[in-house]
Design a protein around this ligand. Structure first.
Ligand SMILES: [Zn+2]
Length: 219
């Protein structure tokens, strides 16, 4: 995008903070107040254990402003938020000293992709890869259109809802993989996706999401 185009876009659509929606001066979309006060977990709190993953990392808790922000990102086409989200995610990786050989994401089904117009996890994965200098590749597809995880209540329901919905589109030779998604709740989705990657020959898999629910220890 040229400087002129960006300037015109700023006039037409002044950049707003992705979290509180106050006007901000640059396209980073994070106001100083939110930068100070977002619901950041401690360094230890960023980490979560999920089956089939070596570890899952998240720079934010899924509370209030984060929940509303992600909702706009997913359902109201605030697609530009991916930049600030990925910046927070890449910073979390650096803080934890975690590296990988390949970045990939938990994909949407084709049906949902058509409806939404973009794959929110793919945008995050590609930007995290750009910021960390790692390659990014689609490794999974979702041929089955299952009901949204938010509709499934118990951990057991969530686990069953994502069983068998992902398929590997590539094979691996023990690569260390960074598996990106927007949010982790019980971990059922990431775990199901990681299982498919492991069966396709992947090595260690680290999950990376923007946000996690504050209840730890639900697996
Ligand atoms: Zn803000």
């Amino acid at each position: 995008m040229s400087r002129l185009t960006e300037g015109l876009l700023d006039l037409l659509y002044p950049p707003k903070c992705a979290f509180c929606r106050k006007l901000v001066r640059d396209r980073r979309m994070l106001c100083p107040a939110c930068e100070r006060s977002l619901p950041y977990p401690t360094k230890e709190g960023q980490r979560q254990e999920i089956s089939n993953l070596a570890l899952c990392l998240s720079p934010l808790y899924y509370t209030e402003d984060v929940r509303r922000s992600l909702h706009r990102y997913k359902f109201r086409s605030a697609a530009a938020y991916y930049r600030i989200y990925a910046e927070l995610m890449a910073a979390c990786l650096r803080e934890q000293g975690v590296t990988a050989e390949l970045v990939t994401w938990v994909p949407l089904s084709r049906k949902r992709l058509r409806k939404r117009g973009y794959d929110q996890a793919r945008l995050l994965a590609e930007e995290v890869a750009r910021l960390t200098g790692l390659p990014c590749e689609q490794t999974l597809e979702k041929p089955v259109h299952n009901p949204a995880q938010s509709g499934a209540r118990s951990a057991e329901e969530r686990r069953k809802n994502v069983q068998g919905v992902y398929r590997a589109v590539t094979s691996f030779c023990g690569e260390q993989i960074l598996l990106v998604d927007d949010i982790v709740t019980t971990g059922a989705t990431l775990s199901a996706a990681a299982e498919v990657l492991l069966n396709a020959g992947a090595g260690e898999i680290t999950g990376l999401t923007l946000a996690k629910t504050p209840r730890d220890g639900m697996g």
